[in-house]
Design a protein around this ligand. Structure first.
Ligand SMILES: *Cc1c(COP(=O)(O)O)cnc(C)c1O
Length: 378
């Protein structure tokens, strides 16, 4: 029986285990923040921001970013229709309205034009998402956002290691968010980070994430009612080991993508992750979309792969199509408007992209996909 191929998964070495064990033994009381401080400093240095704040998950980082910018009821926040719901849910947490913009087929991300198309007098912020490690043309997007004085919160959960014109994902906009969920490129189990170089945003985040206490407060004086969003030292210890190894983790993702590219060179109608000019993607997950002419049902394909011992996932469905937004007036508008999101989102799957994958396993996956999409017609 051949081994099952997982769709995602971390790459853990003795270093992570050593640091985690040390944090479990020693990371308490006055030493509790040692790993956190080192982890935050290492991520800030890698991405290139002045500040980094470790939080329990990326969802919390996005929530804090919006709260720190005073986004609230009556405000509209533009998010791409094609993303994980965590990009949009925090907009609802602060009482604002998510507006689902279409994506650009060249990048699978929100672009300057799709942003422009949905801006109104109530738009206060935009959350561009670096989908599967792709990125929008940040120069154009940020120029458009600036024209409308929008707060830009980059959701770089899937993109650590990607670069746009030489600059790291997570360094664009007023603030950004990373995820260290177990499925992501750099993992802490659950975990996230808010990054910014804006002193005011950083100050607000530091207070809002600790029940309204000022950093360093020892008298338990809460200055406002806020949130409790902190990461534990054991998670930070794993994260520090991972960020020390980030170059090889990202290189591994790129290698997997190159292997899949070799496998799919002669497969008409199959398109892998976009590689627009100016972008060096980190390919969090190698993803393929199928031309409509192939008539591929992604649900049937996922079931077929499952039967062959291969785990895969569907491309994110447009948020506006989900039951969570049934009856939402913005979702109704989005369903009519977002042609690209609806074309791309139903026509693709994520291929296995775990760090542990071998060349042979990638071949096995590609053969199974090809058998499914072409075999049936022969
Ligand atoms: C994983 C992910 C998140 C959320 O990350 P958590 O750490 O699970 O909260 C947010 N946005 C995108 C695009 C993601 O893929």
């Amino acid at each position: 029986m051949t081994e099952r191929i997982p769709v995602a998964g971390p790459w853990i070495t003795d270093l992570e285990v050593e640091y985690a064990a040390d944090a479990a033994r020693n990371g308490w009381y006055s030493s509790a923040s040692d790993y956190l401080t080192r982890f935050e400093a290492a991520v800030a240095a890698y991405v290139g921001t002045d500040f980094a704040v470790a939080v329990p998950h990326c969802t919390a980082a996005l929530h804090l970013g919006l709260a720190a910018a005073d986004i609230g009821p009556g405000d509209e926040v533009v998010v791409p229709d094609l993303t994980w719901i965590a990009s949009a849910a925090p907009v609802t947490y602060v009482g604002a309205t998510p507006v689902f913009a279409d994506v650009d087929p060249e990048t699978w991300c929100i672009g300057a034009e799709s942003l422009q198309a949905v801006v109104t007098s109530r738009t206060r912020a935009c959350i561009p998402v670096d989908l599967y490690g792709s990125m929008p043309d940040m120069d154009l997007l940020l120029a458009t956002a600036e024209r409308y004085e929008l707060f830009v919160l980059e959701d770089a959960a899937e993109a650590i290691g990607s670069k746009f014109r030489g600059r790291q994902a997570g360094s664009f906009g007023h603030a950004s968010a990373l995820s260290f969920h177990g499925s992501k490129t750099v993992v802490t189990g659950e975990g996230g980070m808010l990054l910014t170089s804006d002193e005011h945003i950083h100050g607000r985040v530091m207070r809002l994430r600790d029940h309204g206490r000022s950093p360093g407060d020892r008298l338990f004086v809460n200055e406002e009612v806020a949130f409790k969003y902190r990461m534990s030292p054991v998670q930070a210890a794993i994260g520090l080991a991972q960020i020390t190894r980030v170059a090889e983790l990202v290189e591994r993702k790129r290698l997997l993508f190159r292997w899949y590219t070799e496998e799919f060179v002669d497969t008409p109608g199959v398109t892998l992750n976009p590689q627009p000019e100016g972008l060096e993607p980190s390919f969090w997950m190698t993803t393929c979309i199928f031309d409509a002419e192939l008539g591929v049902s992604t649900e049937d394909l996922i079931r077929f792969l499952d039967g062959a011992g291969i785990d895969s996932r569907p491309f994110f469905r447009p948020l506006s199509s989900l039951p969570a937004y049934d009856g939402d007036p913005q979702a109704i508008l989005a369903r009519r408007r977002n042609i690209n999101a609806y074309r791309i989102g139903i026509s693709g799957i994520n291929l296995p992209s775990a760090g542990s994958l071998t060349r042979d396993q990638v071949h096995r996956v590609a053969e199974a996909v090809k058998h499914f999409i072409y075999g049936r017609h022969r």
